[in-house]
Design a protein around this ligand. Structure first.
Ligand SMILES: [Zn+2]
Length: 499
């Protein structure tokens, strides 16, 4: 038994009787609730709530001390960056008067492309004419491009007449059950966004890219714009079923990428409003995001990851994001889910506190536990929010992911980890890419109506179904040009002019 386990036991046995009673009854209620929830809903909860739950069971045992930055260290900049004529939501941020303005103390001054503070540089320009050069430069192949092309064909074939997609694609008129493994949910906003992203990743918009898919993308985007709900908080893409902010995050990414790539005024306005909703929904207590806007349960890293990517994509299209939102998000990573000075990340805070004996004044910090998928999300978010390539925690995190390698079945983990490894580059990326690219190409379905799609057993694959697995697989194979490497953009531009 580890030291940390013993200290848990000690803490538990010293609790007053009534607290133990409350905890036991609470646990019983949770078990009962779990028993009565429909199976499909529980599975969906797993997808949204618990990335990495089934993985790394060894590390679950290992409670590691979370990051070395305390909440008191972090002051918040109260920025007003509203563009003329735009209304930003009211934030419940109390600027710390006593603390100086300070971001992550480990982070050196950010200089790389895409870091916050450098908001208007588009990382999407690799999707245009320079695509072929980037493909060759970063390890794509003829085989990977062929797989992407077939995958896009399958997605287009399963679009609904109203421009949307559904995780349950069996009702789409060209399929009608010819393909297996639909997901159980419609979730029109997130399914549509997830299907649009691989087209956008390939450089296809209503105005540019492969002619045969421009209409497909146009109809999908129009569906999203019509289906979004406007309120004073912004434009929300919350679907009817659970996982609200998860759906919104995905749809916001699609709208923001499309806005950035097209510079279309309608899309840009929608992107700003979708970003505003994310800013509104940020949880004041910990700087994270969860299912519900401003969820009282506190943030989780899975929902957090989609929102950060949406905010960054929004910035690249010119949307304004108050810098306090990023400071609060940084706090979530550093103090709630970050472990080993941010080299790894957990799913959420356990809510328990411990005294950090490494800090000079034994500050109190929350416990968490790290997982593979959430570590990849945390590291990618830190890269987007300003960590440089030589950041010691990033180097350790990449070593950790490298040692794990891509998982042949867990596309969710692979999707994030692949981006981290791609941005990091070098030999580690070469090895990672070769293994993953060739595995994915080999596993694409080539028979019948399923031709071009992917499906295999893996964590949550049955929940999102074939649409989910296909979309993630395509985006992984688009990584060479979908996002320009955060740290090498200028070098690439010098070698392969993209304009
Ligand atoms: Zn089909």
């Amino acid at each position: 038994m580890s030291l940390s386990k013993r200290s848990w036991l000690k803490r538990w046995t010293s609790l007053p009787g009534y607290l133990v009673s409350v905890a036991v009854h609470g646990l019983l209620m949770l078990i009962l609730l779990h028993l009565y929830l429909p199976e499909s809903f529980r599975a969906f909860q797993e997808l949204i709530f618990q990335p990495g739950l089934s993985e790394d069971s060894d590390v679950f045992e290992e409670f590691v001390r979370s990051s070395a930055v305390s909440v008191e260290n972090l002051g918040f900049a109260v920025a007003t960056q509203a563009a003329p004529g735009q209304t930003l939501p009211v934030f419940e941020v109390t600027p710390s008067q006593s603390a100086p303005l300070q971001a992550n103390p480990w982070a050196s001054v950010s200089t790389h492309i895409g870091a916050f503070g450098d908001p208007h540089v588009s990382a999407f320009s690799g999707r245009g004419d320079g695509k072929g050069a980037l493909l060759a430069l970063y390890g794509g192949s003829e085989g990977s491009e062929q797989a992407v092309a077939l995958g896009l064909e399958w997605l287009a074939e399963h679009q609904n007449p109203n421009g949307s997609w559904s995780y349950d694609f069996t009702k789409s008129p060209k399929c009608r059950g010819k393909c297996n493994n639909p997901g159980p949910f419609a979730s029109a906003n997130s399914a549509t966004a997830l299907a649009l992203l691989p087209f956008l990743g390939a450089g296809i918009t209503p105005k540019s890219g492969d002619q045969q898919y421009r209409q497909v993308v146009d109809r999908g985007l129009k569906f999203l714009l019509q289906n979004g709900q406007r309120s004073r908080e912004g434009l929300s893409f919350i679907d009817d079923d659970e996982g609200k902010m998860y759906h919104h995050g995905l749809a916001a990414i699609a709208i923001c990428e499309a806005a950035s790539m097209t510079q279309d005024a309608t899309l840009k306005e929608a992107a700003q409003q979708a970003v505003n909703f994310i800013c509104y929904a940020q949880i004041p207590a910990d700087g994270g995001w969860r299912y519900e806007p401003r969820d009282r349960m506190g943030g989780n890293t899975s929902v957090f990851g989609w929102q950060i990517m949406a905010l960054k994509s929004g910035q690249m299209g010119g949307a304004q994001v108050p810098s306090e939102v990023f400071f609060k998000a940084q706090r979530f990573l550093d103090t709630v889910v970050g472990i080993d000075q941010g080299a790894m990340y957990g799913y959420k805070s356990s809510g328990d506190l411990y005294e950090d004996t490494r800090s000079p004044d034994n500050r109190t910090r929350p416990w968490t536990e790290y997982r593979r998928a959430t570590s990849a999300i945390g590291l990618l978010s830190q890269m987007h929010m300003g960590w440089n390539l030589d950041h010691p925690s990033l180097i350790r995190g990449v070593e950790y992911l490298s040692a794990k390698g891509p998982d042949p079945n867990n596309l969710y983990y692979n999707y994030y980890a692949t981006q981290v490894m791609h941005h990091y580059g070098g030999e580690a990326w070469r090895r990672w890419n070769q293994e993953q690219r060739d595995t994915l190409i080999a596993r694409q379905s080539l028979e019948g109506h399923e031709r071009g799609s992917w499906y295999f057993d893996g964590p949550w694959n049955d929940v999102g179904g074939r649409l989910y697995t296909t979309s993630l697989a395509i985006m992984i194979l688009e990584v060479y040009y979908r996002h320009l490497p955060l740290y090498q953009k200028q070098a690439v531009e010098a070698e392969f002019p993209l304009d």
